[in-house]
Design a protein around this ligand. Structure first.
Ligand code: 3H9
Length: 703
């Protein structure tokens, strides 16, 4: 048929087999191969056709790398029409994951069978898209509109058993021989004279959908998916499925799919899809490097961070020992863990039994003697370099040879910590983000002497515990926190220049940030930043710098925990409210410091806050702290809630144009001074060459 699709007759059943590793994506050759095979089967001795895949999965969707390039025939809907119009029943035989266009192929088949471990789903929304090959028209015809809305706007895969209950899968296959079992199922269908079932022929009774269903879905989704348009278009497609005949519904779906595929939101989300997978790869390490086995882990420090990290390991069945300084501290740690699990149980996302099983994997000790057999230790005590060095000296003595010694520090020098041991090659940074059991990012920090297999092991373990890993070299704050400095600084400077806190946060939240930087500082505690600044000797001597944050702390306004900070908070609901007292104080301070206040546009607020991030990102790249610009984007999406529809700060800079960013930074330098606004040489170089960060990445090779 083609190099990636084969066809053979087995016991009067035509078997189409797709073999396009790694995930059988629907590249042009696959579409063509399936189309030819279905056509061939119309004229041979086959009585039914089984469509199956080799390798680890059924078709996992359209080939995402083809989006944005000129389309090549045959396009997917043509293949689906050929399947649906087949004179012989076509049966999809699903294993692994049937996703996106892959599941849409299965939905065009007359029957779907799946092994119990399989999953099906329409994850297009996670790429800023909608299912563009009939998914929005066929799924509601089977499941009803409400379940279809949840499935398509959520984008999460549905296990085969549940899909079977929902009617999306007709038959669950026993055992692992998916093709053998599917052939048997096909024969049974032929023998029983089963009809050619086409989902398109099912009609939806409009009276089953409440009159305000679509409007209220749109409103709800707009709140949930700020800055993303795909959700809204999915609702429009479902509305079409109810109100229009099938073919017109398909046309509507196609029209809206085309709009989304060329939208900047989808381009950003596709960028992040590939960036996330790239970030897991370390450029100078072979992919097949041997990893160290990690079967038991110790966590030092059972506070919020240590407890959250312990949960990550227990969740994937790895036993954890929590080491604390006293029984009381251990008790506190255990109760935090139980409390966190309980929240999940109360939400109905975990059974009590499962919770107990996980908690049983976490044991406690107050003695280093009990961690001699662990394969990985993660230190999560508070940020004090001397304390960390002392602890690593003890770990060196207590842990077995070959154990990986990791620090969860956010700022400290990993090389100095490693030097406190006799085995710096086993020392690495594993920087989790709070709450560690929820946040997806893990910054893996490579020390000067960290061994290659230690790095590879930590990246693998990170993926196993559900994290998205990005590699950083050692510097103050690593990738994420180092870049954040200018962002917080400018948010406060903007107040003196004439903005209210609500205006600054509003502009950034309007851009898509989950929470503006001033509200975020209130949440974290203004005293935390205040103390950190006092410990620093490298900050410029400028009375304007962090003036408002400092004043508020000195007035006892430490943020949410004291009921007031940049805002005041309702004691019951914790709702934030603008505080005229703060606004008056800002004016007064600006007067004292002789800062001339003026109107600041939202566009200016975004540039003032984001361009320092981007500029620092460029410095981080040229210093080799990050491997790629796209890794920086991954750090910001998964660790700092940067809106995925904007693709991360470096991708955002590319979309604004590096020349525009550079020129603006030069303008700010002339206005506010070199000490805050010195353009990164790499940014200047790329801006002058008319290049993007993405091109810079490509020129250096992606893997
Ligand atoms: C769609 O279908 C639109 C249609 O509705 C309409 C069309 C008209 N294309 O994730 P992994 C690569 S939109 C191209 O590490 P896992 C991936 O980059 C699509 N490449 O493996 C990686 O490459 P590398 C809807 C793809 O086992 C390698 O495969 N479908 C695609 O952890 C391994 O990937 C989706 O959104 C693709 N579609 O997870 C599903 N998928 O090795 C997207 C993967 O060079 N895919 N690659 O880094 C996934 O969710 C996961 O890959 C999957 C496997 C669960 C399948």
């Amino acid at each position: 048929m083609s190099e990636v699709v084969s066809y053979e007759l087995r016991e009067n059943i035509g078997v189409i087999s797709v073999n396009n590793p790694p995930v059988n994506a629907l590249a042009q050759v696959v579409r063509e191969g399936i189309l030819n095979a279905v056509n061939t089967a119309q004229d041979d001795a086959s009585e039914a056709i089984v469509l199956a895949c080799e390798g680890r999965t059924f078709i996992a969707g359209a080939d995402i790398t083809e989006f944005g390039k000129p389309p090549k025939d045959p396009w997917l809907p043509e293949v689906l029409t050929a399947i649906e119009n087949s004179s012989k029943p076509v049966i999809a035989a699903i294993h692994g994951t049937a996703l996106g266009g892959g599941f849409e192929v299965a939905l065009a088949c007359h029957y779907r069978c799946a092994v119990a471990t399989a999953k099906v789903g329409l994850p297009e929304v996670k790429l800023g898209l909608l299912p563009g090959a009939g998914g929005t028209q066929r799924v509601p015809r089977i499941t009803g509109v409400k379940a279809a809305l949840d499935m398509i706007t959520g984008g999460n895969p549905v296990p085969a058993g549940k899909a079977n209950e929902m009617g999306l899968v007709d038959e669950l296959l026993a055992g692992d021989d998916v093709v053998g079992s599917a052939i048997q199922y096909a024969k049974n269908l032929v023998e029983s004279g089963a009809p050619l079932k086409c989902i398109r022929d099912i009609s939806i009774d409009p009276s089953t959908v409440e009159s305000d269903f679509f409007d209220s879905a749109r409103k709800q989704l707009a709140r949930r998916a700020r800055g993303q348009i795909a959700q809204d278009r999915i609702v429009s497609c479902l509305e079409a499925a109810v109100k229009l005949p099938f073919d017109e519904g398909l046309e509507r779906e196609r029209e809206l799919f085309k709009e989304l595929v060329s939208s900047p939101e989808s381009a950003s989300m596709r960028h992040i899809f590939f960036a996330e997978r790239q970030a897991a790869k370390i450029k100078d390490l072979p992919r097949d490097i041997a990893k160290r086995p990690i079967e038991k882990v110790a966590i030092l420090g059972g506070g919020t961070m240590g407890g959250g990290i312990a949960m990550c390991f227990a969740n994937v069945g790895i036993p954890v020992v929590l080491l604390e300084i006293s029984d009381e501290a251990l008790e506190r740690g255990n109760s935090i863990i139980r409390k966190n699990y309980n929240i999940t149980v109360q939400k109905g996302k975990m059974t009590e039994d499962k919770m107990e099983q996980r908690i049983a994997l976490i044991s406690g000790t107050t003695s280093y003697d009990d961690i001699g057999d662990v394969d990985l230790v993660i230190e999560a005590v508070f940020e004090n370099l001397d304390l960390k060095k002392e602890i690593f000296g003890k770990l060196d003595a207590a842990c077995k040879p070959g154990a990986i010694l990791a620090t969860n520090t956010s700022y400290q020098d990993v090389d100095a910590i490693a030097a406190a041991t006799s085995r710096p090659e086993d020392v690495v940074g594993m920087h989790f983000f709070s709450p560690a059991n929820v946040m997806k990012l893990l910054e893996v920090v490579r020390g000067e002497k960290t061994a290659d297999d230690v790095l590879a092991t930590v990246m693998q373990v990170g993926k196993k515990i559900g994290k998205v890993c990005a590699l950083s070299r050692v510097c103050y704050g690593f990738i994420g926190n180092r870049m954040l400095g200018g962002y917080g600084r400018e948010a406060q400077m903007l107040l003196l220049d004439g903005c209210t806190p609500a205006q600054v946060d509003g502009a950034l939240e309007g851009f898509g940030m989950a929470m503006g930087p001033l509200a975020m500082s209130d949440l974290a505690g203004l005293d935390v930043g205040y103390k950190a600044r006092q410990a620093r000797t490298d900050l410029p001597d400028d009375p304007k710098l962090y003036r408002m944050g400092t004043l508020l702390v000195e007035m006892g306004r430490h943020g949410q925990k004291t009921g007031s900070g940049f805002y005041k908070y309702d004691p019951e609901t914790r709702k934030r409210m603008s505080d005229p007292e703060v606004e008056a104080l800002i004016k007064e301070e600006a007067g004292k410091l002789e800062v001339e206040q003026s109107e600041v546009s939202n566009e200016e607020i975004l540039a003032r806050c984001f361009y320092p991030l981007i500029n620092e990102g460029a410095k981080i790249l040229e210093e080799g702290i990050a491997q790629r610009a796209s890794d920086i984007d991954v750090v910001y999406i998964y660790g700092y809630a940067f809106p995925v529809a904007k693709g991360g700060p470096m991708h955002y800079a590319d979309s604004v144009g590096l020349k525009n960013v550079y020129d603006k930074i030069c303008e700010f330098r002339d206005r506010y001074g070199e000490q805050y606004w010195s353009p990164a040489p790499l940014l200047k170089e790329l801006a002058e060459a008319g290049k993007t960060f993405a091109e810079w990445d490509r020129e250096r090779g992606t893997a």
